[in-house]
Design a protein around this ligand. Structure first.
Ligand SMILES: Nc1ncnc2c1ncn2[C@@H]1O[C@H](COP(=O)(O)OP(=O)(O)OP(=O)(O)O)[C@@H](O)[C@H]1O
Ligand SMILES: [Mg+2]
Length: 301
């Protein structure tokens, strides 16, 4: 197991930022940590990377304990913080050489060149960091976290603030890097998890509300359709269940029902036909599609 987080709670004064959070990441996984603002994503990452201690709970990275062996853990991890601080007055190459020096790497020059190649910084390598676009600055950040060849990458919102083209490029880059590393990244965007990650954890207000393979999350995407319909008089549930394509029927109030379909089929024509055939009048009908985004909203409401 690459990372084990067990019953971690974090209090900032009175405020509980994490409440008994537990999960595991296996080597070779790309895990997406998905949650709204203030959910606790950055807090988890800071704890795993040994920047802050939890209030209680256990965390280990490749068998090393965060309390006892933080130096070992730092060597194993490349951490891209949320607001990645870079030195705007340094040149790209100069900066990466400086980072390589902090890690006491041999072959500094060779390693810097490799990082520039991997992250696609060739054409910008002779510029000052302050002169780069956000996307290229993010590449410098990724080059920086990769330079000591860590086994685990912790990336806090790596695509936030980038334009759509840069987002696609950075996602591709993370996927490429992820083939050989264990990656944990945070995001607000469900599609990002779908695009890059094979595992997803959804967190809200410090509590994990979903932990699953990404393919399982996307099952919600098989657009669930919910129809709310009001008839002029009482209907029996058994009758409504027979409407073709209906997967679930619930009574909301007298004469008001919700019918669900997961087949992608629009139930409305069949509901009308049912009403006509059985001499009911439809007083109102409302259709709501549930995409994966609304599943996320629902889980984190
Ligand atoms: N140093 C701190 N002192 C006090 N409260 C803090 C501190 N850092 C974070 N918090 C609080 O802890 C909660 C979790 O914050 P955290 O930064 O982990 O959320 P996040 O999921 O990363 O949010 P975002 O998507 O906005 O980056 C928030 O309510 C935040 O205000
Ligand atoms: Mg954050």
């Amino acid at each position: 197991m690459s990372i084990i987080v067990d019953q971690v709670t974090k209090l900032y004064g009175e405020q509980k930022a994490l409440d008994r959070v537990s999960f595991r990441i296996e080597p070779g996984n790309i895990l997406g940590l998905l949650g709204p603002n203030g959910a606790g994503k950055s807090t988890i990452m800071k704890i795993i990377t040994c920047f802050i201690p939890p209030t209680s709970g256990e965390v280990s990275v490749y068998g090393f304990d965060i309390y006892e062996q933080s130096d070992e853990i730092r060597k194993k991890i490349g951490y891209l913080p949320e607001h990645n601080p870079l030195y705007p007055d340094m040149y790209v190459k100069e900066y990466l050489a400086f980072i390589a020096g902090l890690h006491h790497l041999k072959n500094k020059k060779k390693r810097v060149k490799e990082m520039i190649d991997i992250t696609g910084l060739q054409i910008e390598q002779n510029k000052k960091i302050g002169a780069l676009s956000k996307g290229y600055r993010q590449r410098v950040g990724l080059a920086q976290v990769l330079i000591h060849d860590p086994e685990v990458l912790i990336l806090d919102e790596p695509t936030t603030g980038l334009d759509p083209n840069q987002i696609v490029e950075i996602r591709e880059l993370i996927k490429k890097i992820g083939k050989e590393k264990t990656v944990m990244l945070s995001t607000h965007i469900m599609q990002e998890v779908e695009a890059i990650c094979n595992r997803a954890i959804i967190i809200n207000k410090g509590v994990i509300v979903a932990d699953d393979d990404t393919v399982n999350l996307s099952k919600y995407k098989a657009d669930k359709e919910v129809i709310t319909v009001e008839f002029d008089r009482d209907v029996r549930k058994e009758q409504l269940k027979k409407i073709s394509g209906t997967t679930s029927v619930k009574k909301l109030q007298d004469r008001i029902w919700t019918l669900e379909s997961t087949s992608g089929k629009d139930l409305r024509p069949a509901i009308f036909k049912f009403a006509v055939d059985n001499n009911f009048t439809v007083l109102s009908m409302n259709k709501e599609s549930r995409s994966i985004e609304s599943v996320f909203q629902q889980l984190t409401k």
